[in-house]
Design a protein around this ligand. Structure first.
Ligand code: TTP
Ligand code: MG
Length: 356
């Protein structure tokens, strides 16, 4: 028998938590992110509630642009520790429903419920229960997708939001995935989308008809993955890991970047974005790694492992910059940068470096 996989994604997560804490925000456009400084602010939007999205405001957009689109919105700075705490609570609710789970970010989790329900319809009923329990206990809504694999489940949770439930049975996969824009597939960002558009490929169905060899010629190994995804194929398991193995972020630049200072500033922002989670979850790490992708999609990773565990922010930043440095001397433009820490240790008080 095939698998039944659920993907749960919280709706406008940071904004939903803020709305829960401040009833005066309800019904108004709310933007969580950098200080807009009346349009002069230089940071980005972390997320916006659905009301602000009606004005075109989106995650990762410059905050100055959000201000132009929606000057009447409420703008708040993120309160990461509150989001991390809420996420922990919600994830422990979800994990009660299957011991086969994989949390993939602060607001997303896969559950393999193959052994818990008899069919997709029963999985739908279970999903309704999970949605209601999260809403009752945490006052936050989520959307759930159910499919025969992780790829379809994730696409399904995104299909109807907020507070949606989308079930895609094995026989519905092709009908569901064919009309979707290629951009929805994991790993296809704005630039890849543009390349595909140049090849007259806009939908998953069109992508599925391209010879896998041509995709590999253009995109390397990722071309093979693109081909598989276009057919709705995903054999990857929901890994039963109790703990997160690494924490990090990555960002694709709106335009490819040739200036090291901009790459370094992006590293600072990425580290700011996840370091709070390291502290509030009492996590220490041993390894810092970076990922860099150039304009031609060539991608490299580099890592440095220390002899000691630490939670020091400066170490993450400095190491990431040191690792990236050698790639920036060759004058090529960068399209994506990522920073990650791994080799994690949970819940112990940090030793000072002197003690190590
Ligand atoms: P998402 O699940 O991508 O977005 P969301 O939960 O805000 O909205 P949706 O209803 O579409 O799921 O991301 C989860 C949280 O991660 C989001 O609330 C804020 C944070 N985040 C950033 O800080 N920057 C980003 O660019 C993105 C995409 C998310
Ligand atoms: Mg979400």
């Amino acid at each position: 028998m095939g698998r039944i996989i659920m993907h749960i994604d919280l709706d406008a997560f940071y904004a939903s938590v803020e709305e829960r804490e401040h009833s005066e925000y309800k019904g108004k456009p709310l933007i969580v992110g950098a200080d807009p400084q009346e349009g002069r602010g230089r940071g980005v939007v972390a997320t916006a509630n659905y009301s602000a999205r009606e004005f075109g405001v989106r995650s990762a957009m410059p905050i100055s642009r959000a201000w132009k689109l929606c000057p009447q919105g409420i703008y708040v700075r993120p309160n990461f520790s509150l989001y991390v705490k809420t996420s922990h609570e919600i994830m422990s609710i979800v994990k009660k429903y299957s011991n086969k789970f994989e949390q993939i970010s602060i607001d997303e989790i896969f559950l393999d419920v193959t052994d818990k329900v008899s069919d997709f319809e029963a999985a739908g009923k279970l999903a309704e229960r999970i949605k209601k329990e999260i809403l009752n206990k945490e006052k936050v809504t989520c959307s759930i997708g159910i499919g025969p694999n992780k790829l379809i489940a994730k696409l399904a949770s995104d299909y109807k939001k907020p507070y949606g439930l989308t079930i895609v049975g094995f026989d519905d996969v092709k009908r569901f995935i064919d009309p979707l824009p290629v951009r929805k597939l994991i790993g296809i960002g704005p630039k890849t989308e543009d390349v595909l558009k140049g090849m007259k490929i806009e939908t998953v169905e069109q992508l599925s008809k391209v010879e896998v060899k041509s995709l590999i010629d253009i995109f390397g190994v990722f071309g093979y993955r693109m081909h598989e995804m276009s057919l709705g194929i995903d054999e990857s398991e929901v890994t039963e890991e109790g703990e997160i193995k690494s924490i990090g972020r990555e960002t694709t630049f709106e335009e490819d970047v040739g200036t090291p200072e901009i790459v370094f500033a992006a590293i600072d922002e990425l580290v700011d974005g996840f370091h709070e989670e390291i502290i509030t979850s009492n996590i220490q790490f041993k390894t810092v790694s970076i990922k860099i992708r150039f304009e031609n999609f060539e991608t490299h990773t580099r890592a440095k492992t220390f002899e000691f565990h630490t939670s020091d922010k400066e170490i993450v930043r400095d190491t990431a910059k040191e690792l990236v440095q050698s790639f920036l001397n060759i004058g090529r433009r960068v399209r994506l940068i990522g920073v990650r820490v791994s080799g994690l240790k949970f819940g112990e008080k940090q030793k000072t470096l002197r003690e190590v």
